[in-house]
Design a protein around this ligand. Structure first.
Ligand SMILES: Cc1cc2nc3c(=O)[nH]c(=O)nc-3n(C[C@H](O)[C@H](O)[C@H](O)COP(=O)(O)O)c2cc1C
Length: 180
């Protein structure tokens, strides 16, 4: 049995939640999905994988360091099958900053990663004040203040556009060969 591998790098769970939604769509389109956190993805048997998608969130301007290490280690495995990458961050809550060519984190990723993902997407994440530790709450509130976002820390807001996530899942379903 061949699986579509979904790998997620998450801190507060939003990237996992997006992977869950993609998994649901792919499963209803008849795909067999294996979803793994980045931390255990190195254990995968690549002979059972026919597509691979990685999703990762941004924290203080950066992806988890383990992401670059994983890509370096498994670049051939990523490139040998239909592949994709999506980035989750709060900058993407703004319409003019929510595509692979307009989101600074995605642009930097594409410019610096040795792997150029075939499918690319950017999704707005969630602002979860109620879950943040004191320091993070202060920092995020400050960032929201200077970028015109929500500063009321009694509110949690999910900015993720689930229709856009569903569209990306369709793209994954339709990606059945490597573009040359
Ligand atoms: C401590 C912290 C730092 C963050 N730094 C950034 C940032 O620099 N830029 C940004 O656009 N979003 C930033 N975010 C927003 C996250 O990317 C967003 O909340 C996302 O949903 C997190 O996804 P995750 O739950 O999968 O980790 C930050 C969030 C937290 C909690």
């Amino acid at each position: 049995m061949s699986h579509t591998l979904l790998i997620y790098s998450t801190n507060d769970g939003q990237t996992k939640k997006i992977c869950d939604a993609i998994e649901q769509k792919l499963t209803s389109a008849g795909e067999s999905v294996l979803a793994l956190p980045l931390e255990t993805a190195h254990t995968v048997d690549w002979t059972t994988i026919n597509k691979v998608i990685i999703g990762a969130s941004i924290r203080y301007g950066h992806f988890n360091k383990a992401l670059a290490a994983f890509i370096k280690q498994f670049q051939p495995q990523l490139e040998q099958r239909p592949n994709g990458f999506f980035c989750v961050n709060l900058t993407a809550r703004k319409a003019e900053k929510n595509t692979p060519t307009t989101n600074a984190y995605m642009k930097k990723f594409i410019a610096t990663s040795p792997w150029t993902p075939q499918l690319q997407a950017v999704f707005a994440g969630a602002l979860l004040y109620s879950r943040y530790r004191w320091f993070d709450k202060v920092m995020i509130r400050f960032i929201m203040k200077i970028t015109g976002g929500e500063t009321d820390t009694s509110k949690d807001i999910e900015y993720t556009d689930w229709d856009k996530v569903a569209e990306f899942a369709n793209e994954i379903t339709n990606a059945n060969s490597i573009k040359s």
